[in-house]
Write a protein that binds this ligand. Structure first.
Ligand code: UD1
Ligand code: CA
Length: 455
């Protein structure tokens, strides 16, 4: 099969230097959504993307993305028929050609399969929709038998035709050889002076090629984006759809209209997610995990029964089963927590392993550290991992107790069961099982507070 994706339009109403098809829905360019749905189609297919405005940005996106796509250039936008014509030379002999749109991002593979099946018998498959307000769309004409006889664009339509509520979504599956032949016959004799792809329908009918129609399961699949407002609306629609899928899979969402998934969120059983959370990249939440309000979680694996409390930020980290994180905790890339770890408010952990049952409950920075089991890290503890040029590692062995307001000047090791007194600045290794403390001796003096001078 040939898949032609039209993406040459300027998207003037976006008022952006970024081509319209690269604007994101759920964190991924609209074009990527279309390419993903197309890629999942059964059988062999080649994809030809018709580029125009901002084509170089789209090429750049393609060079980084994992899609096998050919491109065709439409340097002047003379209509949808003219756009498909630019891909004509690259169409293979495969019997079916499917037409998609880079700015209609939410089309589902299932619908495209449905449409393709209609064209496999040599006919033309058309995706239509019934709309209460069909203003702006091409209208589907049918004869007395109910068979499609053509499409009339809004701007070319009589008042009577404008009453028709069945519209052309633009998605079509056509017999390739016929398509090539029809495209060459298109003429721009219409209100917009454009080469309309939709005119191929009347040509097909004239040649006795049957036109079959089908409809998408969901209205949002065929919604196109022309402005930032429409983009924002479609984002909400898609987020609600993703939320519905989670609900169906058994996830509790305290408010399904207040969650944002910009990637892939995989959940075990009985997961609960409070409002205002953002999930990015690939996130796995194990069974029994609860996520408090307003957390941002990106590329992370959270094991079973972890409790993530409000306003926590997790990026490229792994959290072991039964751990409690937050509120206001930050786990940065390379953090690996074992089971039953507690990380409390205003604790930042980066590129560190933390053993099971260890705790850092308040106000600490742990960077480039290896922390054993049952370690207690007091409030105000800081690993001084950076000397201004290089990063160094801090090792804290099992059952060590780090007193409050301690600085560990790396590289440094705290032995098993060692205790560091509050306020210690550790520059040399602390031996196991001993108390190490660096502190000026406490003194008390007689002291008279100054009194306020009278004027
Ligand atoms: C088109 C259909 C109309 C349908 C509507 C659905 C035609 C003639 N009309 O109308 O029946 O109801 O879509 O939204 O096909 N494009 C190019 N190059 C061009 C022109 C368009 O690549 O020269 C691309 C645009 O980027 C866009 C798509 O084709 O992705 C549709 O173009 P647009 O001008 O929005 O079509 P409509 O006039 O809305
Ligand atoms: Ca147009």
């Amino acid at each position: 099969m040939n898949i032609v994706i039209l993406a040459a339009g300027q998207g003037k109403r976006m008022r952006s230097t970024l081509p319209k098809v690269l604007h994101p829905i759920a964190g991924r360019p609209m074009l990527e959504h279309v390419l993903t749905s197309a890629k999942a189609l059964e059988g062999d297919h080649q994809t030809i993307l018709v580029l125009g405005h901002g084509g170089e940005f789209v090429q750049e996106f393609l060079s980084k993305a994992a899609f096998q796509v050919k491109t065709a250039l439409q340097s002047e936008q003379k209509g949808t028929g003219h756009a498909v014509l630019q891909a004509c030379d690259q169409l293979s002999d495969d019997p079916v050609t499917l037409i998609l749109y880079g700015d209609v991002p939410l089309i589902q593979t299932e619908t495209l399969e449905q449409l393709t099946r209609l064209a496999k018998s040599g006919g033309l498959g058309l995706l239509t929709q019934n709309m209460a307000n069909p203003t702006g769309y091409g209208r589907i004409l049918r004869n007395q038998d109910g068979d499609v006889s053509g499409i009339v664009e809004e701007k070319d339509a009589s008042a009577e035709i404008r009453q028709i509520t069945e519209i052309n979504t633009g998605f079509m599956a056509l017999p390739t050889e016929k398509l090539k032949h029809w495209l060459k016959q298109l003429k721009p004799n219409n209100a917009q002076g454009e080469y309309y792809l939709t005119d191929v329908i009347a040509l097909a009918v004239a040649e006795g090629v049957p036109v079959y129609t089908t409809q998408a399961k969901n209205d949002w699949e065929t919604v196109g984006v022309n402005s930032r407002a429409q983009l924002a609306d479609l984002e909400r629609v898609w987020q609600r759809e993703l939320a519905n899928r989670l609900l169906e899979a058994g996830v509790t969402l305290l408010d399904p209209s207040r969650i944002d998934i910009r990637g892939e969120l995989q959940c075990g059983t009985d997961v609960q997610i409070d409002i205002g959370c953002v999930f990015e990249g690939k996130v796995v939440l194990g069974s029994g995990v609860s996520v408090g309000p307003h957390c941002v979680i990106k590329d992370a694996v959270i094991d079973a029964n972890v409790k993530i409390q409000a306003f926590t930020h997790i990026d490229q980290a792994t959290v072991g089963a039964g751990s409690v994180i937050g509120p206001y905790a930050r786990l940065r890339p390379g953090t690996v927590l074992a089971e039953e770890v507690h990380v409390g408010n205003f604790v930042e952990i980066k590129n560190s392993d933390v053993g099971s049952h260890s705790k850092a409950n308040h106000l600490a920075y742990v960077g480039d550290a290896t922390i054993g089991k049952k370690v207690n890290i007091g409030a105000g503890t800081i690993t001084c991992n950076y000397d201004g040029v290089n990063k160094h590692r801090t090792i804290i062995e099992d059952e060590a107790f780090i007193g409050s307001d301690t600085q560990l000047v790396a590289p440094v090791t705290v032995g098993k069961g060692a205790t560091l007194g509050a306020g210690t600045t550790l520059t040399k290794d602390a031996p196991a099982n001993q108390l190490t403390v660096t502190r000026v001796k406490q003194i008390s003096l007689n002291w008279q507070r100054p009194t306020k001078k009278s004027k």
